[in-house]
Design a protein around this ligand. Structure first.
Ligand code: ATP
Length: 441
């Protein structure tokens, strides 16, 4: 059988081939045995017996040759040749060549699937027996942590809002608003704008620059009046020592002393800011008649109000009052009054004024001194005859006179006005002469 070993193809194992051969040979031997049994009775092997054995051997060999040939052909072509050999189905050779991905795509078609058993959700407990409590669901700790986090964030936000309110409450901006609305006539827009600057600034204690506001307007429209009211209010809420009203014509009348004045002013401001820091308050510095301020003083103030790194005094409010740019404001109001609708609110009219005038005023002021680059500019408008009458009524009442309407109208008629435009009659001197006229009564 050494031939057989050498001829078996690589695609079939030796064992398989031998098994097949054994089957074939067994079949043949059985046939031969049957034949020999049929011829039982002849005690010694006859010549015919020997020849039949020889024939069987030859037949077996032929069969073996045929099978060997068939195996070789299968190994070469992979097809079952039509050799006339017994039509037995030969074992299939497995390779991965014919397998395509689609073969795996529908496993249900080729591989019989196990039926998935659905688990019953309801747990059945034995009847009559002691009922077991249903197992408790595990509660996630992460959920509790999340709730805790939400609560902490909510408290933080609430606390921050409360703190903002506390700051604003400390400065009683509502009280200030009431005072300004009651005492200042014809400047509602500017007052609202100023209050909103103050509210924004005072709602927190940490700042990266001081608040700098510059009020501009023609004579007698209430700049100094506003400054006085603000100073009075801040004295009552932060104390006398944290409010400075600086009138350059009074504090530094001689230009020759400007450098010394600037140095003194700087020292005074530093001291006040430091004291305010200790008390966790914000001081107020009001500079009236700013149009008369010497350059040396403006230079010193620029260093104090600028938002650069070297400036340590960030928690302070600077208010500049001046008539700088008054000609622009007057011109703008007289030219645009015809287009100003009576139905327009005061703040609407003022926001128009701010929008149109601020760029003009800013370029003019920045040419004068860079201090104004740091400031928010608020123009005050001209006062109308009705506002002048309010000024008279206020002053007459203050002086203890009877507020006679005819008398007030007569007094208001003595003031000079610009020619009326669009139904608006603007005073040339605002309420400047009111006090003097009432004093003559
Ligand atoms: N808008 C106003 N509301 C109430 N009173 C005013 C108003 N404007 C002026 N007055 C009264 O007129 C007086 C003079 O006004 P104020 O000194 O504020 O004018 P001003 O704008 O500072 O002018 P100037 O630039 O000439 O100093 C004030 O004392 C005040 O009584």
């Amino acid at each position: 059988m050494s031939d057989r070993d050498s001829s078996i193809s690589a695609s079939q194992t030796e064992g398989e081939f031998e098994g097949e051969m054994d089957e074939e040979l067994e079949g043949d031997t059985e046939m031969e045995e049957e034949k020999s049994e049929n011829g039982r009775g002849s005690p010694a092997p006859s010549l015919s017996n020997i020849s039949s054995t020889l024939r069987a051997v030859i037949r077996i060999k032929q069969k073996y040759q045929a099978m060997k040939k068939r195996r070789q052909e299968m190994a070469l072509g992979g097809q079952c040749p039509l050799t006339g050999a017994p039509g037995r189905t030969s074992p299939k050779i497995f390779t991965f060549d014919g397998i395509t991905p689609t073969a795996f795509s529908s496993p249900s078609s080729s591989i019989p699937q196990r039926k998935k058993r659905r688990k019953k959700k309801r747990v059945l407990f034995p009847e009559g027996g002691r009922r077991r409590a249903a197992p408790k669901q595990d509660r996630s700790r992460a959920k509790y942590c999340l709730y805790l986090l939400f609560a902490i964030v909510f408290l933080q936000v609430y606390n921050a809002i409360e703190n903002l309110d506390d700051h604003v409450l400390r400065y009683d901006l509502e009280g200030l608003e009431k005072t300004l609305r009651r005492e200042v006539f014809g400047q509602q827009g500017a007052v609202e704008s100023l209050l909103s600057h103050l509210k924004d600034y005072l709602s927190t204690y940490v700042h990266n620059k001081p608040l700098v506001v510059s009020l501009h307007g023609p004579t007698g429209v209430g700049k100094s009046h506003l400054g006085r009211l603000l100073a009075g209010h801040f004295r009552s809420v932060v104390g006398d020592t944290l409010v400075l009203q600086y009138y350059v014509l009074h504090h530094c009348p001689q230009e020759a002393n400007a450098l010394q004045c600037a140095s003194d002013l700087s020292a005074q401001i530093s001291e006040m800011v430091e004291r305010a820091e200790e008390e966790e308050k914000i001081p107020l510095f009001i500079f009236d008649e700013a149009e008369h301020m010497h350059h040396e003083i403006l230079d010193t103030l620029l260093q104090l109000v600028s938002s650069n790194q070297s400036n340590e005094y960030l928690n302070a409010i600077y208010l500049f009052l001046s008539n700088l740019g008054h000609a622009h404001i007057t011109k703008h109001m007289l030219h645009n009054s015809s287009s100003i609708s009576m139905a327009m609110t005061a703040s609407g009219r003022h926001s128009n004024l701010v929008k149109e005038l601020t760029p003009i005023l800013r370029s003019m002021l920045e040419e004068l001194h860079p201090l104004w680059t740091e400031a928010d500019i608020l123009p005050l408008s001209l006062l109308e005859k009705g506002h002048v009458m309010e000024c008279f009524l206020d002053e007459i009442t203050r002086e203890g006179f009877y507020p006679d309407h005819a008398n007030i109208e007569r007094l208001a008629g003595e003031i000079e006005y610009y020619p009326a435009v669009g139904g608006h009659e603007y005073s040339q001197t605002g309420c400047k002469q009111v006090v003097a006229k009432v004093n003559l009564l």
